[in-house]
Design a protein around this ligand. Structure first.
Ligand SMILES: O=C(O)CC1=CCC(=O)O1
Length: 247
């Protein structure tokens, strides 16, 4: 599987991977790129089915999405990296922490779903809707969940959602609907920073906070006055937390 990615920062610096949310591309990490690239070799990638990455026919599984990241590390001859992910990218991070512990130093997982808390049917229905009517049919509702009304810089994210392959988006919905990463949380050994947003209606804090007591040693931060796509809407506080945890 060929994943598209962008590498920035000093060639010999420790590697940090950035995994984005459902329906977005590595462009969503624009607010993080400069500060992180001062200290790290940053690899922002597109999940399969997204951005410039390949779009194989679905359904995909969380194993597929996590395996792609391990393959990316292999292809770049990176033995070990740290990983930052949000939402779908956070779920992929949980899978990596559980299944590829020897390839990672530290994790920052923002608003990560560990299982389909609202039921698998929600994801099956969303996949069917997007296959039938395209991502344009879910854009306005998605932006309404992802940002508080006062946050205005939403057009770049709208463009990413609109440009995402319908098959890629739907197939990742199927991965989210079929996964349950809760059983192995206690076996995670890497240092994990979990971040949740106080007003996240997509992956509500009630579903993220319990993960912190199940992952040994996990640190938890709750960002006030923020909705789901918190790294994009609240870069100052998030970048501060990222640099503190990854350094
Ligand atoms: O689409 C949403 O609101 C929720 C979501 C789950 C995974 C993701 O990336 O977004």
């Amino acid at each position: 599987m060929r994943l598209d990615y962008q590498m920035t920062g000093p060639e010999d610096a420790p590697v940090v991977l950035l995994g984005s949310s459902l329906g977005t591309t590595r462009e969503m990490w624009a607010p993080q790129l400069e500060p992180l690239s001062e200290r790290f070799r940053v690899i922002a990638f597109d999940h399969r089915g997204h951005g410039g990455s390949e779009v194989p026919p679905g359904p995909y599984s969380i194993e597929d999405l996590g395996g792609d990241v391990v393959e990316l590390l292999n292809s770049l001859l990176v033995e070990r990296a740290s990983y930052v992910g949000i939402s779908l990218g956070g779920a992929v991070g949980l899978w990596l922490a559980e299944n590829a512990p020897d390839r990672f130093h530290r994790f920052v997982l923002m608003c990560p779903p560990a299982y389909p808390a609202a039921g698998a049917q929600v994801w099956t229905d969303r996949a069917a809707q997007v296959r039938a009517e395209g991502t344009q049919s879910i854009v306005d509702a998605t932006l309404g969940r992802w940002f508080l009304p006062e946050f205005k810089d939403i057009e770049p994210v709208r463009e990413q959602l609109l440009n995402t392959s319908d098959e890629g988006y739907a197939s990742c919905c199927e991965a989210l609907g079929a996964m349950d990463l809760r059983d192995e949380l206690a076996e995670i050994t890497a240092p994990v920073l979990l971040i949740t947003a106080e007003s996240d209606t997509s992956i509500p804090p009630e579903t993220v906070v319990p993960l912190a007591s199940q992952i040994p040693g996990a640190q938890l931060e709750i960002i006030e006055n923020a909705a789901h796509l918190v790294s994009y809407s609240h870069p100052e506080v998030i970048n501060h937390l990222l640099l503190a945890h990854l350094s």
